[in-house]
Design a protein around this ligand. Structure first.
Ligand code: SF4
Ligand code: SF4
Length: 88
């Protein structure tokens, strides 16, 4: 299955909270710390690994401060019955 994660460029982030509000999984939050400009930057807090890599957070970010990465696990896909073929 597809798993996602995000990297936030904390110095570009203005702490507007749009990514926090729009993440359908609720795994983005504003940090308690400040960046150099004095904003609380967004960060991924996803201990259960439920980020899907949907890219909504990156699309709504007005500062283009979020990069989304996706990984696809063949092993997990087979276990979930999604992938039944073989990969060579
Ligand atoms: S990629 Fe999607 S699920 Fe992951 S943090 Fe961004 S909005 Fe949330
Ligand atoms: S939408 Fe962008 S600028 Fe706003 S808090 Fe999220 S990462 Fe920071």
């Amino acid at each position: 299955m597809v798993r996602g994660r995000i990297i936030v460029d904390t110095e570009r982030c203005k702490g507007c909270g749009l990514c926090v509000a729009f993440c359908p999984k609720g795994v983005v939050q504003l940090a308690d710390t400040f960046n150099a400009a004095g904003y609380h930057p967004a960060q991924l807090r996803d201990p259960q690994g439920i980020c899907t890599g949907c890219t909504i957070c990156a699309l709504v970010c007005p500062e283009a401060a979020i990069t989304v990465y996706r990984t696809f696990s063949i092993k997990t896909a087979v276990a979930d019955g999604v992938c039944v073929g073989s990969v060579s």
